[in-house]
Design a protein around this ligand. Structure first.
Ligand SMILES: *[C@@H]1O[C@H](CO)[C@@H](O)[C@H](O)[C@H]1NC(C)=O
Ligand SMILES: *[C@@H]1O[C@H](CO)[C@@H](O)[C@H](O)[C@H]1NC(C)=O
Ligand SMILES: *[C@@H]1O[C@H](CO)[C@@H](O)[C@H](O)[C@H]1NC(C)=O
Ligand SMILES: *[C@@H]1O[C@H](CO)[C@@H](O)[C@H](O)[C@H]1NC(C)=O
Ligand SMILES: *[C@@H]1O[C@H](CO)[C@@H](O)[C@H](O)[C@H]1NC(C)=O
Ligand SMILES: *[C@@H]1O[C@H](CO)[C@@H](O)[C@H](O)[C@H]1NC(C)=O
Ligand SMILES: *[C@@H]1O[C@H](CO)[C@@H](O)[C@H](O)[C@H]1NC(C)=O
Ligand SMILES: *[C@@H]1O[C@H](CO)[C@@H](O)[C@H](O)[C@H]1NC(C)=O
Ligand SMILES: *[C@@H]1O[C@H](CO)[C@@H](O)[C@H](O)[C@H]1NC(C)=O
Ligand SMILES: *[C@@H]1O[C@H](CO)[C@@H](O)[C@H](O)[C@H]1NC(C)=O
Ligand SMILES: *[C@@H]1O[C@H](CO)[C@@H](O)[C@H](O)[C@H]1NC(C)=O
Ligand SMILES: *[C@@H]1O[C@H](CO)[C@@H](O)[C@H](O)[C@H]1NC(C)=O
Length: 850
């Protein structure tokens, strides 16, 4: 499965970890050794005593259960215990490795038993939970200490300045704990032997100290997520031994890449993701012969990508996404045989991608060129250019020419998206036999011809999106084969497809979104889809469907449906009142926020889903739909009879549209049960009677259209009703009262807002609570760097703006996409449920300013 593949490709640090510790342990259990000192043995046992072993204490998923302390038995030689290393001559404990030991408890500085281990050379307490303990001061007196590792261990507070006495330190890892280092300058001043310094996640909140320049042995430096400010000292690039440099996620850190003159520079990794670095990549980058990873994404770089990058013959990961790079993609780039992962998306690149016959990208498995202005691929007629490619994203460019002129996807391809271009031609049947293909998005192009019927054989396909093309012919018999039932999303809308809906769709048990609107399908209502267990969206609008929507006998018909749009067809008969009793999902919203999900979230890849719904009189695109958004649209058909009272059961509806039918009778008072309703359109029917005064209790209704019916009597009044214009009521000669000019006399109805919520809404100074979580995920090193939570006060005005921001822009969807290298931020704002229909109100600026 996909997850396994990702694991397989993870950076090799896991492996190194295992090697490191197994060799450390091997040293500790060599056979000829003196017995350990009893005070050290006692101190260790005492230390163990003060902790509980809590399997939730290791926050990292890969920190596998490590029960080192099980072997710690009183009366035995502590030098034999797991995690302990003793000096072969003196017998003193010189190494203590308790990483990943599930320790949970507090270390107190004044009585920490580890203080007795004064001969320690190596101390590793990483990946435990010391519940906000401070670093015991006695650590500063371990004169021989060479390795200190307190990573991800829930220590906190100021790093004691006394640690600066540890002048023999070779590696110091204080990453991903809640440390502050307010005088880093003085702290590191003495560490002249230091080779490995990892302070990622430490609050430094200042400029990078000059004393770093004196750490001439430094090989590895990570200062990511440190709140670094101001200019980055370019001298750091010239530290003679530096191989790994990561200052990502410091949005206030600015600077430029320097010129690189020294062609024996050992630099292998440069990570400047999500910083405020700017300017161009210097031509001299080609001098960095050892460079393997260049990650500059999410910063403010511009200019062209230099041709000289082709000289970096060991380059494997190139991460330039979300900058302002312009100009053409240098062709030299495609000659670097070691490339594995290239992301140039979200830039301003233009022109042609020239792949000549020197392009031997045998290792490339991830290529994302989306959101640029590329116009075409120029290929030499070699067809196996990218034999390892699993992910190809070239969507939202200006690609022209035929689909067939793009590189033929490899056998390994999993994700293929060339949506939003100007591609022509037909869909080749060669897509059918890509046995790993899970995601195929060719939407928004100018493709013609039929959909290859063999696509129904595609065994792993879970998302097929071909919307907005000129495809003709019949819909393939998806899910007709036992091995082809992985389909979760099928979107063929906005084409010219004909014929019936294939009955095989009833076997797509994982289908969640079925979008076939705006075609020329001729069929009756697919009642046979009613048993699909998780179908959430059914859009059949604007086809030539006919007949009555027969009342279902089943109690569970379409039970998970959130959105049904069969508008603009030729359905007849009465409204399907029994269905209104079986659409369970529309009857209530889950109060538990953690169950609110985007409809696409279960899919292997997060992707943007482009559905068009008519709501509030506007054709709107919902790019990310939350499962609290519930809609029934049966408009523009030939439905007759009355509106059934059972409509009142669909209490969670956000929008209801029965307009342009032949409905008669009165508006049922049960409609007032639909408390979340934001849009109601009953226009152009033959409805009569009064507008039920109960409807005045609606609080969220923004759009009301009752025009062109035979309604009469007074229009109800309430804060909400008073906002509707007179066009909401046009063509009903018997209606009177505000906003119409025709008065009602004595009988005018006023229903003052009474609910508490409504009163709250009236107050201009309203403050909405919400809490947000920013989860920064560093895939590069495979661990969660930090979770920040905070409170935020949101004012009424912002709310009003945000109210209309109902799409989760594609860019954001992209940010959520699975990546194997580099870091991506995921912002999950959770608002107090102001309205279930759109509880997520996210402004683009919120997203980028964090
Ligand atoms: C194990 O011992 C050998 C020889 O004493 C030494 O070179 C090596 O660095 C030690 N390994 C660890 C992980 O301490
Ligand atoms: C250290 O002192 C604290 C009280 O300050 C006490 O709760 C704890 O048990 C002591 N720990 C040890 C190892 O003696
Ligand atoms: C550490 O333990 C404390 C309780 O002592 C808990 O609140 C906290 O969430 C734990 N931290 C992690 C990272 O598990
Ligand atoms: C550097 O270490 C020496 C001892 O090795 C110590 O005397 C001195 O105070 C240390 N300097 C700082 C700035 O901590
Ligand atoms: C610190 O320990 C953790 C867990 O064992 C390990 O992943 C990390 O690489 C160590 N840091 C250093 C600098 O060795
Ligand atoms: C430590 O850093 C945090 C986060 O920047 C800050 O809120 C806190 O005040 C700092 N504490 C000290 C003692 O500087
Ligand atoms: C760097 O080291 C030199 C010589 O050891 C010393 O004079 C200088 O003050 C140090 N600079 C910093 C910024 O620590
Ligand atoms: C170039 O870098 C190497 C390795 O860091 C170093 O030994 C050499 O002195 C540098 N040469 C110059 C001219 O800076
Ligand atoms: C990005 O860099 C340009 C200079 O290249 C600068 O003018 C602009 O202010 C920078 N943008 C931000 C957000 O810092
Ligand atoms: C993209 O490039 C065009 C012209 O090359 C320029 O007009 C436009 O401002 C650029 N856009 C961005 C976002 O840099
Ligand atoms: C709709 O159906 C009716 C009869 O059921 C038929 O007379 C009419 O022509 C159909 N309209 C369209 C546009 O197919
Ligand atoms: C959605 O489809 C429309 C075409 O109707 C297109 O213009 C728009 O860019 C698409 N949106 C996304 C986010 O793909």
């Amino acid at each position: 499965m996909m997850t396994m593949r990702l694991l397989k490709l993870f950076p090799s640090f896991m492996f190194l970890l295992v090697v490191y510790f197994s060799s450390a342990l091997a040293n500790s259990s060599s056979s000829s050794h003196p017995l350990c000192f009893s005070d050290e043995s006692r101190a260790l046992l005492q230390f163990r005593q003060h902790f509980s072993f809590d399997s939730s204490a290791s926050p990292q998923w890969y920190c596998k259960r490590d029960a080192k302390m099980v072997s710690w038995k009183e009366g035995t030689d502590c030098c034999q215990w797991d995690g302990i290393a003793c000096d072969a001559i003196t017998g003193h404990v010189i190494g203590l490795d308790l990483s990943c030991s599930l320790l949970h408890g507090t270390i107190y500085s004044h009585n920490c038993s580890l203080c007795h281990l004064s001969h320690l050379q190596s101390l590793n307490l990483a990946f435990n939970n010391f519940s906000n303990s401070r670093i015991p001061l006695c650590f500063a007196s371990f004169n021989s200490l060479i390795h200190l590792n307190l990573s991800s261990s829930s220590f906190c507070g100021e790093i004691p300045l006394q640690l600066s006495h540890l002048s023999k330190l070779v590696s110091l890892d204080l990453s991903s704990s809640a440390f502050n280092a307010s005088s880093l300058e003085r702290l590191i001043h003495n560490f002249t032997q230091l080779r490995h310094l990892d302070l990622s996640g430490v609050s430094i909140n200042s400029i990078i100290p000059k004393s770093l320049m004196n750490l001439s042995s430094l090989n590895y430096l990570s200062l990511s997520v440190c709140g670094l400010k101001s200019k980055f000292p370019t001298d750091i690039f010239h530290l003679p031994n530096l191989q790994y440099l990561d200052v990502s996620d410091n949005p206030k850190l600015s600077g430029k890449l320097p010129e690189f003159f020294n062609d024996s520079s050992p630099l292998r990794l440069l990570y400047f993701l999500f910083t405020n670095f700017y300017g161009e990549i210097p031509n001299s980058i080609g001098q960095l012969k050892s460079l393997e990873t260049l990650g500059l994404g999410g910063s403010n770089f511009s200019g062209c990508i230099p041709e000289s990058l082709g000289n970096n013959s060991k380059l494997s990961v190139l991460y330039l996404t979300e900058n302002h790079f312009g100009g053409e993609i240098p062709s030299s780039l495609w000659r670097i045989e070691t490339l594995t992962d290239v992301d140039l998306s979200l830039n301003n690149l233009t022109g042609t991608i020239k792949l000549d016959n020197f392009s031997q990208l045998t290792s490339l498995y991830f290529l994302d060129l989306s959101y640029n202005s590329l116009t075409c691929f120029q290929l030499f007629p070699t067809n196996n250019l990218w034999p390892s490619l699993e992910y190809l994203g070239v969507n939202s460019n200006k690609l022209q020419g035929s689909l067939g002129s793009l590189p033929i996807p490899s056998e390994e391809i999993i994700y293929y998206s060339v949506a939003n271009n100007q591609l022509t031609g037909e869909i080749s049947p060669s897509f059918c036999n890509k046995s790993h293909l899970e995601f195929l998005n060719l939407s928004n192009n100018n493709l013609r011809g039929a959909i290859p019927p063999c696509l129904s054989n595609s065994s792993r396909l879970s998302v097929l999106n071909l919307q907005h093309n000129g495809l003709v012919g019949a819909i393939p018999k998806m899910c007709s084969h036992a091995n082809g039932i992985k389909l979760e999303t099928l979107d063929l809308s906005y084409n010219q497809l004909q014929g019936q809906l294939p009955r095989s769709l009833a076997h797509c048990k994982l289908l969640q979104l079925l979008i076939l609107g705006n075609n020329m399908l001729v069929d009756t209502f697919p009642a046979w889809l009613a048993t699909l267990p998780i179908l959430q969206v059914l859009v059949l609008r604007h086809n030539r469907l006919y007949g009555s929507i027969r009342n279902s006998r089943s109690e569970v018909a379409f039970a998970k449906l959130n959105i049904i749009d069969v508008s603009d067809n030729n359905f007849t008969g009465t409204l399907p009142s029994n269905y209104f009793k079986s659409w369970r999902s529309m009857m209530a919203n889950d109060k538990n926020r953690s169950n609110w999900k985007f409809l696409t979230m279960t899919s292997e890849f997060y992707y943007s889903y482009n559905i068009t719904l008519i709501d509030k009189g506007l054709e709107m695109e919902l790019v990310k739909i939350l499962n609290t958004f519930k809609v029934v649209d049966l408009s523009n058909n030939n439905f007759r009879g009355e509106i059934p009272k059972s409509i009142g059961q669909l209490k969670a509806l956000c929008a209801l549209n029965f307009s342009n039918n032949h409905l008669m009778g009165s508006i049922p008072t049960e409609l007032a049960n639909l408390k979340d309703l934001e849009s109601l359109d009953l226009a152009r029917n033959n409805l009569s009677g009064i507008i039920p005064p109960e409807l005045a209790s609606w609080t969220f209704l923004e759009v009301l259209n009752l025009s062109h019916n035979h309604l009469e009597g007074p229009i109800p009044r309430s804060r909400q009703f008073d906002t509707f214009p007179n066009t909401s009521y046009l063509g009903n000669l018997g209606l009177c009262g505000f906003p119409l000019s025709k008065p009602c006399g004595e009988t005018e109805m006023t229903l003052q807002p009474s609910s508490k919520l409504d009163q709250t809404l009236n107050s201009e100074s309203i403050i909405y609570d919400f809490d947000w979580k920013v989860v920064k995920i560093g895939y590069g090193c495979g661990m969660v760097v930090g979770v920040i939570m905070g409170n935020y006060i949101y004012n009424r005005k912002q709310e009003a703006i945000a109210r209309f921001f109902r799409i989760w822009l594609d860019r954001k969807g992209k940010r959520l996409s699975k990546r194997r290298h580099g870091r991506k931020q995921v912002l999950v704002p959770i608002f107090f449920p102001f309205s279930y229909c759109f509880p997520f109100r996210v402004l683009e600026s919120d997203f980028y300013n964090v």
